[in-house]
Design a binder for this molecule. Structure first.
Ligand code: PMP
Length: 433
């Protein structure tokens, strides 16, 4: 046999055949070979602490999940037009996780698909097309989920290229938004009211409103208190539906809440979930009320070849079992609170740390050059992430200014690993950024 290509050759192979818009995290990345819990190991055996993986919520390489998947693959994998136990059981479990009334489940394969379907449901149920979404948001890559994605970090031309049914509203960013320091809830709600008035005036009707219930893409920033209650009220008055994108922040990661919308004390009409629910297996869901789901029948039937397959359903149920048995939501709360306190302590020593957003194991450490002007420390953030890699920590920036560390590790993160991350960050900051 020819010798296996080494890392640099493999990277060149990747660059040759793998489409360029699919970016690599690092310009000179380690070649990762295996994972265990919150750690990854490269081909040289070097360990890295994975602090960004919000998909692998159980941790890497979970043997119980691997066994369950292997067993189901050898037993049966087919599609949801057939009758088998796993699809009935998993749909029931998902409906039980949702608030009362949200009792109907679609099973798909990703967050983009879930949001796409949620938008189609809103269109069908409301009989209108207009959707209000937030600025600085990311909801997916399919045509409709991309249309409501406004983040200029993901797409610098996002705001010039939205279709006319998308109505972006001011990001309710209580840290650096335009109404900073004022009565921000009323001001941010007022910005939505203005947009809704504009839609009313057009006479074309409102289909719905979509947002992350804790502002994940901006770095895990909670929405202003009472924001969703007021916005959901205004949307429903007009016959629109409220879509909660829980793809990143929901499903236990916040520690204090299973769903992000609980933080705001509201119940949406449609919940979209993906990422962690499959621990890396392509898995997504839309949970809604029966009447909203039924509206899609006007467009014929809905079918996804792999959505709700026996293997996907077994993955989904095993993830829930492991989360329960290993108390992962509780760990997100306990270890997340400990980590947040350690990061806030760094803020006392290093002026570059503007603030620490978030809760549980969804935290965002925002770097600024000046705490008054909040000038984003974009280049510094990139440099700090590169330096953290040298020290064995995987970390990446998020937000429109790419100046927020997105801290969303597997939910099995140990206290020792949380401390290692904080220690390494302290070391890098001490180097004089
Ligand atoms: N919504 C949010 C909030 C997301 O962060 C993402 C993915 N980053 C998506 C939707 C799309 O999910 P997927 O990549 O599974 O299509």
């Amino acid at each position: 046999d020819a010798p296996a290509p080494h890392s640099a050759e493999l990277l060149a192979m990747r660059q040759r055949s793998f489409a360029r818009p699919q970016k690599n995290y690092y310009s000179n990345p380690p070649q990762i070979e295996r994972g265990w819990k919150e750690h990854m190991f490269d081909v040289c055996g070097r360990a890295y602490l994975d602090m960004v993986n919000n998909v692998t919520i159980l941790g890497h390489g979970h043997p119980r999940l691997a066994r369950a998947v292997g067993r189901q693959w050898s037993l049966l994998n087919t599609n949801s037009r057939f009758h088998y136990a796993a699809v009935a059981e998993f749909s029931n479990r998902l409906a039980e996780l949702a608030p009362e009334g949200l009792d109907t489940v679609f099973l798909v394969n990703s967050g983009s698909e879930a949001n796409d379907l949620a938008l189609r449901l809103a269109w069908a149920y409301a009989g209108a097309r207009n959707i209000v979404s937030l600025l600085e948001a990311y909801h997916g890559w399919t045509v409709a989920s991309d249309a409501v994605s406004t983040s200029i970090a993901d797409n610098p031309r996002a705001l010039e290229t939205r279709p006319d049914w998308v109505h972006p509203v001011t990001a309710p960013n209580t840290y650096r938004g335009p109404f900073r320091g004022k009565d921000s809830t009323a001001d941010y709600v007022g910005a939505v009211a203005k947009t809704l008035q504009h839609i009313d005036d057009s006479g074309t009707g409102l289909a719905g409103f979509i947002c992350e219930t804790v502002y994940g893409n901006a770095g895990g920033i909670p929405l202003p208190p009472g924001y969703l209650q007021q916005v959901y009220g205004m949307v429903r008055e007009r016959g629109g539906v409220c879509i909660a994108d829980e793809v990143q922040v929901g499903y236990g990661r916040l520690g204090h809440y299973f769903w992000g919308f609980e933080e705001q004390g509201v119940v949406p009409d449609i919940i979209t979930v993906a990422k962690g629910m499959g621990n890396g297996q392509p898995l997504g869901t839309v949970i809604t009320r029966r009447e909203v789901a039924d509206a899609l029948e006007q467009e014929g039937y809905f079918f996804s070849s792999a959505g709700g397959s026996p293997v996907s359903c077994v993955v989904g149920m095993t993830v829930l079992d492991i989360m329960r048995d290993e108390r992962l939501q509780e760990n997100a709360r306990e270890t997340g609170d400990h980590l947040k306190a350690r990061l806030e302590a760094l803020g006392q020593r290093f002026p570059l740390v503007g603030t620490v957003h978030g809760m549980g194991l969804y935290l965002g450490l925002e770097f600024v050059r000046d705490r008054e002007t909040l000038e984003p420390a974009t280049e510094e953030t990139a440099g700090i992430c590169d330096r953290l890699l040298d020290l064995g920590v995987i970390m990446q920036p998020t937000g429109d200014h790419l100046n927020v560390l997105k801290i969303k590790p597997p939910l099995c993160l140990s206290r020792e690993s949380a401390d290692f991350f904080a220690d390494m960050l302290e070391k890098v900051l001490s180097e004089g950024w």
